[in-house]
Design a protein around this ligand. Sequence first.
Ligand code: HEC
Ligand code: HEC
Length: 277
Amino acid sequence: MNLKKWVTFAAAAGFAGGAFAQDSNSLSIEGEAMVTETAAPAHMENVSTIYSGWRFRSTETQALETDDFDNPAFVFVEQGMDLWGKVEGAAEKSCASCHEDVADFAGLRTQLPRVDDGQLVAMEDLINECRTERMAAEPWEWSKGNMTAMTALIGLQSRGMPISVATDGEAAPFWEQGKELYYTRVGQLDMACSNCHEDNYGVMIRADHLSQGQINGFPTYRLKNAKLNSIHGRFKGCMKNIRAEPFKEGGPEFKALELYLASRGQGLSVETPSVRN
Ligand code: HEC
Ligand code: HEC
C-alpha cells in the first residue's frame, strides 16, 4: 500500500492526533537541556539525522513535557514511588528493602534491552525477576499500570542521559532479528515499520505528524488514552493499525525490535516519562 492509500485508510480507521506546529526545537525539562536531534548512528543507511518524537508534536503537547508539575505522567511516577515501598509476596519484602535508593538505577534505561545469560532482557523482565525470585510475589503484566508506573520511575532516573545500547557481541543476533522485523512488510496493508517511520517521517497523516518512531521517551503518557503506554504496547498498536496480527508483549520478537529501535536512537536523551498525543 502506498502512503496516499494509507492516509485514506487512516482517516476511515479514525486516526487522530494533535495539530502540528514544531515552533519549538529545543527541549529543556526542569531546566535541563535534552538532545532531541543528533547525527544518526552509522548503521542507519537511509537516515542522516535522528529526532525525538517530541519534535513532531504540537506546541501544546510539547509544553506538557517541559516541567514535571504540568506533565500528567507524574501522577503515575508517584504511584511507582508507592509501589517501591510496598511490601508484597511471601518473602515480605518491598523493592526498598533491598535497593537503597531508586536513584541508584541512573543509567539503566540507556542500556536496555541487554543480554543477560544469553537472553535478551528488557526492564520489565528485570523487575519481574525481582518480584518472582526475590520477593516471591506475582509478576506484573507487561503493560499494566503497576508495571508502567515502575518503569517510568526507574526510567526517570536516567532522564537526560544518552541512549547507549550494546548491539555487538552477544547482542548482535538479537539486533539482526530486530532489524529484519523492522523492514518486513506485514498485515493486510502490507507495510513495514520503515515505510512510515523511515520513508515518511515528517509527513502529515491527516492531523497526525509522523515521527521516526523513537523509543527514548517511554513509557509515554498519551493524551489519547490518558495513561502510560509501554514500548511493546505502542508496537502492538502500530501493528494493529496496519491490520497485522501483533506479536506478544514481552515476547522475543518485540524485545528484538525494542533493541533495534533503541539502537536507532543512540545519542538521543532519555525523556522518560514523555508526553505524546
Ligand atoms: C530481596 C532483595 C530484592 C528485592 C526485594 C528486589 N530486588 Fe531488585 N535486585 C536485587 C538484586 C540482588 C539484584 C541483582 C543485583 C543488582 O543489580 O543489584 C536486583 C536487580 C534489579 C534490577 C536490575 C538492576 C541492574 O542494574 O541490572 C532492577 C531494575 C530491580 N532489581 C528492580 C527491583 C524492583 C522494581 C523491585 C520491587 C518490585 C525489586 N527490584 C525488589 C534484589 C532485590
Ligand atoms: C502506517 C504507518 C505506520 C506504521 C507502518 C508503523 N507506525 Fe508507528 N506510528 C505511526 C503513527 C501515525 C504514530 C503516531 C505519531 C508518531 O509518533 O509518529 C506512530 C508512533 C510510533 C511510536 C511512538 C513514537 C514516540 O515518540 O512516542 C513508536 C515507538 C512506533 N510508532 C513504532 C512502530 C513500529 C516498531 C512499527 C512496526 C512494527 C511501526 N511503528 C509501524 C504510524 C505507523
